[in-house]
Design a protein around this ligand. Structure first.
Ligand code: C2O
Ligand code: CU
Length: 467
């Protein structure tokens, strides 16, 4: 689905409300040090002008939910109250967390029932840009707004709050009234193709927000792709941005991209370093359509009086894979329309004919759709794991590993990034093979899944254990 304002809502458009700095609700701390997060329905306007609001599922009343900001090494305590009508849980995406706090309904905890409370209590080992989101029927719950940013600050001074901007990017499928199109949620067509794509983008819940930056000063833009399935296409070189971090993990030094477009898949983050020039107004643009579609604009004003040095970020300490003693596994990804017809086993039975639409299972990892009783593999603690992922489908996927960050060792048809940056989610192209490696140092049961949430629900989810 293309995002193009002229293809959409051709009737009267109000002017965008400009000039407001998109902000977040502040976090409420309980007396005992818990942050209170309530999952609740709330009304929010998703399009420009005078359109009716949509009923979203939110954390504390807005999508995105409050920005949780903590310091590296902090203990984070969240009292989560489920005020929705269905069970849910919160996953802390990208945090190398203790397993019982990973928030995966049905694997690491029982879902939190309506009216119930669950207390999350965990330590954040790495500084960087992370996020939290629902992890029960995520295709529906995240698709309706259950997500928020989780920022782990460095323990040393870096960018001050005015120069550190979080941009949570979501795509929504809106109907002709400019409201969330709820009727198409769960559509089989999306599940068997590229996932649910929207026709409108918001940043921090706002349509086409306008940011003001001061010329000559260094900014950190933390981009978080919370779209159910959209791969955002952008070109940071259009505004001379350098890459500071991928998926929260800072690079040893800021990097200039040598290719375009830059692809940011579902759940991925990128931190950009921007030093605006006089007269250098710019926009974040979605480049997948016929022409660039700007969805957030940055006005450059004033001139800086401080010659403050550009803050330097230090990479987090993550154990390096030991490839000599690694255990190797293969993950064969199949299914979807236009893909090879292969057998798919779901809940122990091979699917045929009407089983596919009935169970809505269209994809498989090593012929198995969704969680089998046995894990994909069992690692011993501190063992290096190498997984060769073979994408035997006609679609790109955004593969995510829970509880660990990994390096890409090999990627068919393209060179691997210098310095092998750490990631928690990577994009794999149609018919592409990619090898990743990580040290399985975090005991427990962990998911590996496609973060295109419809794909995850319709088969592309498996799990592994670390003893
Ligand atoms: Cu961002 Cu399994 O999740
Ligand atoms: Cu996928």
């Amino acid at each position: 689905m293309r995002i193009n304002r002229r293809d959409f809502l051709k009737t009267s458009l109000g002017a965008a409300t400009l000039g407001t700095m998109p902000g977040f609700l502040s976090i409420s701390y309980a007396k005992d040090g818990f942050i209170e997060i309530r999952a609740m329905e709330a009304e929010q306007k998703l399009y420009l002008g005078d359109v009716p609001s949509s009923t979203l599922w939110t954390y504390n009343g807005t999508a995105p939910g409050p920005e949780i900001r903590v310091k590296q090494g902090d203990r984070v305590k969240v009292r989560f109250v489920n005020e929705l009508k269905e069970p849910t849980s919160i996953h802390w995406h990208g945090i190398r967390i203790a397993n019982d706090m990973d928030g995966v309904s049905g694997l690491t905890q029982d879902p939190v029932q309506p009216g119930e409370i669950f207390e999350y209590d965990f330590v954040v080992p790495d500084a960087g840009t992370y996020w939290y989101h629902a992890h029960n029927k995520s295709w529906n719950q995240v698709g309706r707004g259950l997500y928020g940013p989780l920022i782990v600050e460095e323990p040393y001074p870096t960018f001050d709050p005015d120069h550190d901007l979080t941009l949570v990017i979501d795509d929504w499928r809106l109907n002709q009234q400019g409201q969330l199109d709820e009727r198409s949620m769960g559509a089989m067509m999306d599940w068997s193709h590229g996932g649910r794509l929207g026709n409108w983008l918001t940043v921090n819940g706002q349509s086409m927000p306008d940011f003001e930056l001061t010329e000559g000063e260094a900014y950190r833009l933390r981009l978080i792709n919370v779209c159910n399935a959209r791969i955002l296409e952008m070109d940071p070189n259009r505004f001379d941005a350098k890459i500071l971090a991928y998926d929260g993990q800072p690079l040893a030094k800021p990097k200039v991209l040598t290719y375009q477009p830059f692809l940011l898949g579902s759940a991925q983050r990128v931190d950009l370093l921007v030093i605006p020039k006089a007269g250098g107004d710019f926009a974040l643009e979605e480049l997948s359509g016929r022409e660039p579609f700007p969805y957030a604009t940055f006005k450059v004003t004033g001139s800086s009086n401080s010659a403050a040095p550009i803050p330097v970020l230090k990479p987090n300490k993550i154990p390096e894979p030991n490839l000599d003693s690694a255990k190797h596994f293969k993950l064969h990804m199949t299914g979807g329309v236009m893909g090879r017809i292969d057998k798919i086993i779901y809940k122990g039975k091979e699917l045929e004919g009407q089983d596919f639409p009935r169970t809505k299972q269209f994809w498989a990892f090593n012929t198995i759709a969704n969680l089998a009783e046995d894990p994909f593999f069992a690692a011993n603690r501190d063992e290096t794991i190498v997984i060769e992922m073979i994408n035997d489908t006609a679609f790109a996927h955004a593969m995510h590993v829970h509880g660990h960050h990994f390096q890409i060792l090999e990627r068919e048809g393209s060179v691997v990034d210098e310095g092998r940056p750490w990631k928690d989610t990577f994009l794999i192209g149609p018919e592409q093979t990619t090898k990743i490696a990580f040290v399985a140092d975090n005991p427990g049961k962990w998911l590996i899944h496609c973060h295109m949430l419809e794909h995850a629900a319709s088969g592309m989810t498996t799990w592994f254990t670390v003893a």
